[in-house]
Design a protein around this ligand. Structure first.
Ligand code: PEP
Ligand code: MG
Length: 582
């Protein structure tokens, strides 16, 4: 059993197709004299030209298939291929070390690659993979050998690879691929994006899965919890087949709720919305029963690329999202970088405590041009549907005053230029810092809505790093302090006549739903895959009953007591659901 990061949910059992383009073993050949050296330099140059040409062909293919993310990666790879430092270094190595072109490419790439070993920046890490990939492509072109191709797959297979590049997946027959598992990668790597787009289970970051799996092995991929089981015993296979069946059954059963209203039996309605990170995900959210987008995280527009996205590019994307979802509303959050999401091209200083540092709105108010570009794009897009603009990491009033001033200036400019926008576009703030939750009554007078970000609110309230596994046992949404803060936020909002949405992970967990319902939350925004599950629970718990739950919860002193109480109550009502999903 190997554990990695589940990046596309679901369970699949199938045959592994081991995709390990052979390492190219070539002896180092010493060159005798100048004519041989010049010959090798020429060979290298020709291989370089061939590599460029073939990569451009791949680029055309992904453009034809509208795989935008893939195109960005190929653009980055083309830049590496044309990089003077790389090319000059290879020629220098051939000349000075008097070795053959293939060996010189390998040595140069190895040396340059070493520079990436200690970087933690996700963007740069991905570039190391690109550099290795480019090195391999040039060597193959020097030697005239071909890379193994995925287009050779003709029967249903789970692809097991070190990593999948856009060039690898460009010619893939997607009808026969049932899962992806890789050694490297994270949530935003190309493999993960492809898997989600194809809706096939995928686990990445498994480190050595290509060493453990043999071609044709039966493997189980659980993309929901990030586990891969290789050559399972008959017993495991049986139990996973059951689990898979149950998962599919549940999915089928939940599907019946798609068009039913999200309301309690006593008629209390809460709007259920989707959290979205990539423009590719937008079209499918209505299929999952969402009534709009409650949180569009724009960070991903800025990651994995070299230049910042222009106003025009952003405008195009926001407009497309709004038009796709219309007449439903779309909440787009301004750039929330920092903490666990970073950007390499901003050249930010390294911070001791990045989570408490210059992130999100703080960064935007400092790098105000980046902020203005995004806001102008958002304002322009507001003319095309129901857009709400959401600001992350607000800690107090001052930030809202600053934001409003900037917004007013931009509105003024747009108006003078005769560019259409919605002058009454709603603005909201994330309540995810305890200081904001505490002064919610003051903040509520300044904005049109609140969005509670429990992922950060819990982190800051309980002083627990949300990505540190050593303290994760303390990360509990049911801690009475968190419950009290949420209650204060909702009450302050309502007494000032504004609505509250919750968009942290807590919103998608059925166990917490009755408490949120009872406290009077207006909307819940979550991973689209959680929506139908939440709707099902909502349709069988009355609002009145939920209010009683909250009264009991208010009297309990620890997260454990609250959790035990809620589990007991929920198990009485949904024995099957709460067994399967915990
Ligand atoms: C949150 O903090 O709860 C939230 C929704 O934002 P993010 O997870 O992007 O920080
Ligand atoms: Mg947050």
């Amino acid at each position: 059993l190997l554990k990695g990061t589940g990046v596309s949910p679901g369970i699949i059992i199938g045959k592994a197709f081991l995709f390990v383009p052979d390492a190219i073993e070539t002896p180092v050949i010493s060159l005798a004299g100048k004519p041989e050296i010049n010959g090798e330099i020429e060979r290298f140059k020709q291989a370089l030209a061939r590599s460029r040409e073939s990569l451009r062909t791949v680029k055309k293919e992904v453009e034809r298939k509208k795989q935008k993310e893939a195109r960005y990666i190929i653009d980055a790879q083309l830049l590496i291929l044309e990089d003077k430092l790389l090319v000059d270094n290879i020629i220098k190595t051939i000349r000075e070390k008097k070795i053959d072109a293939a060996s010189a490419v390998k040595e140069t790439v190895r040396n340059l690659s070493r520079g990436f070993d200690d970087v933690s920046d996700e963007y740069l890490k991905e570039r190391k993979t690109d550099l290795d990939y480019i090195g391999e492509r040039i060597v193959r072109n020097i030697l005239g050998t071909k890379r193994q191709e995925l287009s050779a797959i003709h029967e249903p297979s789970i692809i097991v690879a070190h990593d999948l590049s856009p060039a690898d997946t460009a010619n893939l027959d997607t009808s026969v691929v049932i899962g992806f598992v890789t050694n490297t990668g994270g949530k935003t790597s190309h493999t993960a994006i492809m898997a989600r787009a194809l809706e096939i289970p995928s686990v990445v970051g498994l480190e050595k899965v290509t060493k453990e799996v043999k071609n044709g092995d039966v493997i189980i991929v659980d993309g929901t919890i990030g586990v891969v089981i290789i050559r399972p015993t008959a017993e495991t296979l049986r139990s996973y087949s059951e689990k898979k069946q149950m998962y599919e059954q549940l999915k089928q059963e939940l599907f019946q709720y798609k068009d039913l209203p999200a309301e309690t039996p006593d008629g209390y309605h809460i709007r259920l919305l989707a959290n979205v990170e990539l423009v590719e995900e937008v079209a499918s959210i209505l299929e999952h029963g969402a009534e709009g987008i409650g949180l569009y995280r724009t960070e991903f527009l800025y990651l994995n690329r070299k230049e910042l996205p222009s106003e025009e590019e952003q405008f195009g994307i926001y407009k497309k999202v709004i038009k796709t979802i219309a007449p439903h509303p779309v909440t787009i959050r301004t750039l929330d970088l920092g903490g666990d999401k970073f950007l390499s091209h901003l050249d930010l200083v390294e911070e001791m405590n990045p989570v408490l540092g210059l992130r999100a709105i703080r960064l935007c108010l400092k790098e105000v041009n980046i902020f203005k570009t995004q806001l102008r794009a958002l304002l322009r897009a507001s003319a095309f549907g129901e857009l709400k603009i959401l600001f992350p990491m607000i800690s107090g009033m001052q930030e809202i005053y600053q934001i409003k001033e900037i917004l007013n200036d931009l509105k003024h400019d747009l108006k003078s230029a005769g560019i259409p926008f919605n002058p009454r576009v709603q603005i909201g703030i994330m309540i995810e810092i305890p200081s904001a939750a505490t002064i919610a009554d003051l903040l509520a007078r300044e904005v049109d809505f609140f969005s509670i970000g429990t992922n950060d609110l819990i982190q800051y309230t309980l002083a627990i790093d949300r990505v540190n596994e050593h303290v994760s046992y303390l990360y509990n949404p049911l801690h009475p302090s968190v419950i009290r803060l949420i209650k204060n936020v909702i009450e302050s909002a309502h007494s000032n006549g504004i609505e509250v949405v919750m968009c942290g992970e807590m919103a998608g967990e059925p166990l917490y739903l009755p408490i949120l319902l009872g406290m009077g939350i207006d909307e819940l925004s979550m991973n689209p895959l959680c929506i139908l599950k939440i709707k099902k629970v909502m349709r069988s718990i009355s609002y009145r009953e939920s209010r009683d739950f909250v009264k009991t919860v208010d009297c309990l002193k620890t997260a454990e007591e609250i959790e035990a109480f809620m589990k007991l109550e929920m198990k009485k009502r949904f024995p099957a659901t709460f067994e399967v999903n915990g």
